[in-house]
Ligand binder design. Structure first.
Ligand SMILES: [Zn+2]
Length: 349
């Protein structure tokens, strides 16, 4: 087992810098970085049309160049590891691995299973064909996780096989769920239950499972996440940008469900902003402050993200205490000030 980075409490405060665990970006579709500022208006489903057009344009050469640039931005912002939720095909997966190595960021490739809908390039013919892609990536030394895209994209028999594979191979399983009301309505119509209930029925919920979003999860679904030990990955800046809704922050906190963060569409790349949004949502919902402690927020941003993508060790970062946004902050208040009032430019390059 690798050496774990220090917790924020135990971090070393020296003259001009503060050592912290690196942040872990547990959910990224890195090609979507190119859409920022370009796809205004409409709703999530209109944005999705633009996203699909961008996905169609991707080539291994484009991924190699554009992912390295985005990964360098992540690294500069303090993310030292990333879970790439990848639905662009195998050649692009290998290109993403090269881009991450060039940018100096740890990569876990969450390779997507996609049976229906979307673009033809996303899809495999069968769960067996999907597992052979997974084996090809693993044989080449790429750290992988399983990623049935959503209950929209994968039928129950695929979910069952993927759940069994994740369990037997002891690797992470990531899946989008409850991001948009329409997805829940479709699941109810097809299966007579909600998405997280379907994941539970098909053996896809457990300690190695990360459910992305869970924005519209109801109480019974949250209870299932709590009882199975699954993690929720919140992506607040993307969820705001796409009009998804608010994470049920206090209900998640009350059940003790672990949280981690992701930059998702990469409209913003800033771990402090994701964490601030999490706490901000909780404050707006409750009228109270400090629903999540600073220490909890840092754990969401680092340790729990690493757990979600199956990493035991990942590089740390240094905070530049000389930055303007930290001037006049007493040492004991620096961690709180980072979450409450700083952007990622406080991270030393
Ligand atoms: Zn996503």
């Amino acid at each position: 087992m690798g050496v774990r980075p220090p917790t924020v409490v135990a971090s070393r405060l020296v003259a001009e810098s503060l050592s912290l665990p690196g942040f872990v970006n547990a959910h990224s579709h890195t090609f979507q970085r190119a859409l920022r500022g370009r796809a205004a208006g409409g709703d999530f489903w209109a944005w999705r049309e633009n996203m699909l057009a961008a996905a169609e344009r991707q080539t291994p050469a484009l991924v190699r160049v554009s992912y390295e640039a985005a990964y360098r931005e992540m690294r500069a912002a303090g993310f030292t590891a990333v879970g790439e939720f990848h639905y662009l095909g195998l050649p692009e997966a290998f290109a993403a691995r090269e881009a991450a190595a060039a940018a100096g960021i740890e990569l876990v490739l969450l390779h997507v299973a996609y049976a229906r809908g979307g673009l033809s390039r996303f899809r495999q013919e069968s769960a067996r064909a999907y597992f052979s892609e997974i084996e090809e990536l693993r044989a080449d030394g790429i750290r992988v996780g399983l990623a049935p895209h959503s209950v929209r994209a994968c039928p129950v028999d695929w979910l069952e096989e993927i759940g069994r594979y994740a369990e037997s191979e002891r690797i992470p399983l990531h899946v989008h769920a409850d991001e948009q009301p329409k997805e829940i309505e479709e699941c109810l119509a097809e299966h007579g239950c909600r998405p997280i209930e379907l994941l539970a029925r098909s053996g896809c919920l457990g300690e190695r499972t990360t459910v992305i979003h869970a924005t519209h999860a109801d109480g019974a679904e949250l209870d299932l996440l709590a009882s199975t030990g699954a993690i929720i990955c919140a992506c607040p800046t993307t969820e705001a940008d796409l009009g998804d809704g608010f994470l049920p922050a206090e209900r998640i906190r009350g059940r003790g469900i672990p949280l981690c963060i992701g930059t998702d569409s990469n409209v913003r790349i800033d771990p402090f902003e994701e964490l601030r949004e999490l706490e901000g949502i909780a404050r707006r919902q409750t009228g109270r402050r400090g629903i999540f402690s600073t220490d909890e927020l840092f754990r969401f941003g680092s340790e729990l993200g690493a757990r979600a993508i199956g990493l035991e060790s990942w590089p740390g970062i240094e905070i530049d205490l000389g930055r303007r946004s930290l001037q006049g902050v007493a040492p004991e208040h620096v961690a709180g000030a980072l979450v409450a009032g700083c952007a990622a430019d406080v991270v030393k390059g």
